[in-house]
Design a protein around this ligand. Structure first.
Ligand SMILES: [Mn+2]
Length: 356
């Protein structure tokens, strides 16, 4: 287990590498070339520049989150093969820079979705929250405006303005894409990148859909144990793995996170571990990482990772906004640092308990 922190890169993140370096036990970051559009090539030089920035600060790049998959690939348009060729070149260029773990998702149009980016909790902290009744009432066009208003002037991951400008067109493009077609396009993509992944020992970790059910009439295909097993079996190779995201999978209360960890044993290169609190079946809010603050048993999750031989990288996930910090919602320094240390505390105790 290697603890890391997500960092969006120069110009996109309020948190500095110098601050991250001072979080106990964190020696690596998970980062990206944030300005890149899905479908574009990442050159070896661009990656080397990013790597140098990180290494000059005394850290290393532990993984990329994300190399985004274009809607053309997800839909299977005429431009799919061109975009896949570019993706393969990007993977080669990452490997040349000794980066071997890549997170991506296969969610149509929208990345993770929340209805509130700063809900106030009883302790005065603010968190991301989701309410299904609100989602049912708004059309995606208004979703865009409300997210823009709520995001403190930061560009939200997955909600980049360039992409949201094309909403209407995107919905039209996805008109004939049902869950079966989307899944087949995922398999097509995974098979196409297979040779380069195997040649360079790349480990791909698909991020689960968040929330873990279809929204706005768009299909979602990585939502729970059954769909994850189906995905892992469809391309049954070590390079085809899962980014275990407890918060995303946990958005569906029927998901047994520990059962999913066991089912994906050996195929989890990367884990996002965070807690959330369910208020009722249609409303949840993100919580501190501590088990007692939310609805999840974080000890049990960490223990199942340990017991299944998890040897990948891990990061705390969305944090609360606390101590008057102004940052991208979910991605402040303080609460994620608390999360990183708490998770390492659980891990240390589990490990020593097993060894004694
Ligand atoms: Mn996640």
């Amino acid at each position: 287990m290697e603890m890391t922190l997500r960092w969006y890169g120069p110009g996109y993140d309020s948190v500095t590498l110098e601050q991250i370096r001072q979080i106990p036990g964190v020696h690596g970051v998970v980062t990206t070339l944030f300005g890149k559009q899905a479908g574009e090539v990442w050159t070896a030089e661009e990656i080397a520049d990013l790597k140098k920035t990180v290494e000059d600060a005394g850290l290393k790049i532990a993984a990329i989150e994300s190399v985004n998959v274009s809607d053309d690939i997800k839909i299977g348009t005429a431009r799919r093969d061109e975009h896949i060729a570019n993706y393969i070149t990007t993977l080669e260029n990452l490997a040349k820079n000794d980066i071997h773990i890549v997170c991506y998702n296969f969610m149509p149009v929208f990345d993770w979705t929340r209805t509130d980016l700063a809900r106030v909790r009883p302790d005065g902290s603010t968190v991301l929250a989701y309410n299904q009744d609100i989602v049912d009432q708004i059309d995606p066009e208004h979703m865009k405006e409300s997210v823009e208003k709520m995001s403190n002037g930061f560009v939200m991951p997955g909600w980049e303005p360039e992409r949201l400008e094309r909403l209407k067109e995107l919905f039209e493009m996805y008109k004939d894409v049902d869950s079966e077609k989307l899944f087949n396009n995922l398999v097509y993509f995974l098979e196409a990148i297979g040779p380069v992944c195997e040649k360079y020992d790349m480990r791909m970790g698909i991020h689960p859909d968040d929330p873990a059910w279809p929204i706005f009439g768009l299909p979602r295909i990585i939502t729970g144990k059954e769909s994850i097993e189906k995905m892992l079996k469809a391309v049954d190779k070590p390079y085809n793995g899962l980014t275990l995201c407890t918060g995303s999978l946990g958005s569906n209360q029927n998901n047994d996170i520990c059962g999913i960890i066991e089912a994906a044993k050996g195929r989890i290169p990367f884990a996002h571990v965070r807690n959330l609190k369910y208020n009722n079946p249609r409303d949840f809010e993100e919580a501190a990482h501590l088990s007692a603050d939310g609805s999840m048993d974080m000890y049990k999750i960490m223990k199942t990772l340990y017991d299944t031989g998890f040897d990948g990288i891990i990061r705390p996930d969305h944090g609360r906004m606390i101590w008057d910090e102004v940052a991208m919602p979910g991605y402040g320094l303080y609460d994620r640092a608390l999360g990183a240390v708490y998770l390492q505390g659980l891990w240390e105790a589990i490990k020593k308990n097993q060894q004694n």
